[in-house]
Design a protein around this ligand. Sequence first.
Ligand code: ATP
Ligand code: ZN
Length: 284
Amino acid sequence: MKLKIAIQKSGRLNEDSVRILKECGIDLSTGLNKLRSEAYNFPLEVLFLRDDDIPQYVEDGVADAGIVGENIVYEMNKKIKVVEKLGFGKCRLSIAVPKNTEYKSAADLKGKKIATSYPLILGNYLKKQKVRSKIETVSGSVEIAPSVGLADAICDLVSSGSTLFANGLKEAEVIFKSEAVLVSCEKLEKEKAAILKKLVFRMKAVKRSRHSKYVLLNAPNNKLDTICKILPGMKSPTILPLVEKGWSSVHSVIDEEKFWEIIEQLKENGAQGILVVPIEKMVL
Ligand code: ATP
Ligand code: ZN
């Protein structure tokens, strides 16, 4: 038995979706068929689809699982389960208005026409804000809607904001934050559920390792207490004596985000020969 997983055929999520499977130790055959691929060292079959179609395929059970942006999951509103956030494909769904429009709060959208490919998420947001606007649903090139006179504002995905800027728009309101997630069919047969569980276990290990670095350093013994407090580690740091008297080698795992701050503190406290090494997998 194989678990069928749907991923984006081409586009922003394709490469990272293939990569996370690869980092989970799953090798896909690169056969002639571009729509389907099989893993030869894990019970997995991969279907390559348009991202918008993935929730429906998973709801229908044509695919057992999928990798898709949360924006699509919530907009499509299918009966599927979000199993795990995957940490890539990060973007935000924002309302943007022409650069020279004054914008203070959502109330300024009252009576305005907003073009979007996300009528459901936008509609829910406006309802919550108790603002009545007209939603104009379009399927692409949303950002040109104001300049061609189709709408007063837009609601679209943003990552850097450069597309908005190029179209004379400014971001007014972030209404939804999104990243790629692993989704699954609500009811999976036992064997498939077990394969999914294995996959999730591996994905968690890969995800965790991305934020962490392994640090090795030398420290004078009289500074070990302070240094161990700076380095929390997974449990507690490992300390090994150096041949040179009065010195030890300290090993630990640190969070990527705190990296520079921690390194500075370590140096101030007498640490020397600091090595920082990437971690490939991390299992707790
Ligand atoms: P498809 O042909 O599969 O329908 P698409 O054109 O709808 O592709 P892409 O532009 O490849 O989709 O985006 C896929 C997903 O990538 C989005 O749904 C979103 O979750 C994520 N994403 C990340 N950053 C951005 C961004 N700046 N703009 C749009 N989508 C982004
Ligand atoms: Zn799409």
